[in-house]
Design a binder for this molecule. Sequence first.
Ligand code: PEP
Length: 250
Amino acid sequence: MRQPLVAGNWKMNGSRASVATLLDGLKAGVGEVRNAEMAVCPPFIYIPQVQEALRGTAISWGGQDVSTEASGAFTGEISAAMLLDFGCTYAIVGHSERRTLHGESDELVAKKFAVARAAGLKPILCIGETLEEREQGITEQVCARQLDAVIELEGVAALADGVIAYEPVWAIGTGKVASPEQAQDVHAFIRGRVAALDNAVAEGLRILYGGSMKPGNAAELLAKPDIDGGLIGGASLKAEDFLGIGLAAN
Ligand code: PEP
């Protein structure tokens, strides 16, 4: 049985005060979430505050990105060891905003996956097609290419240490959620591609859906057999909404 994971990507949002309020709300309500593992990925600068508040609770935390480098002259970068130093469990790699706005290639993302994994973090690998690619009918090719970059670098067994988030770019932050059937089709494709190489890894692999998931649409997405949780942007910024998605996994 794969335990659902509901992970919040706070992106570049928050202040010390709003983070404190959000964390208080999460701590107060997480006891109701029985089925899903909950995690938050704050901006790097708030990770110490999150660690302080969430230590000893059922909620884990992670970074929104990680450097491919270990240390040294890499201005602005944060290493895997630094994330571990502040108790992180997860590191998101290859979010579409990093791929698009920062020009991250499949190869760079695969290297980030490898570095995070080698350090003992669980990488959350984001993959997904743009609207144009969906309209061209190449959704599966795009997802396969992004996934294969990791498999080629690390081997399929490496996926056992990570999580995949299928995030159609056209659904991220747009309010346009993929239908449960659309999402399930791609999730089944991803699992099938992994299963062709290693069935046990595929069976254990958590594949999250991301893209305008909210308490109101989460239950029907999470009911699909290959959807094992969510990567949540906007709705992770309000405790009630984020917990509502965790409750939908009950
Ligand atoms: C995301 O940024 O990963 C995401 C899924 O955002 P949203 O939930 O706001 O669409």
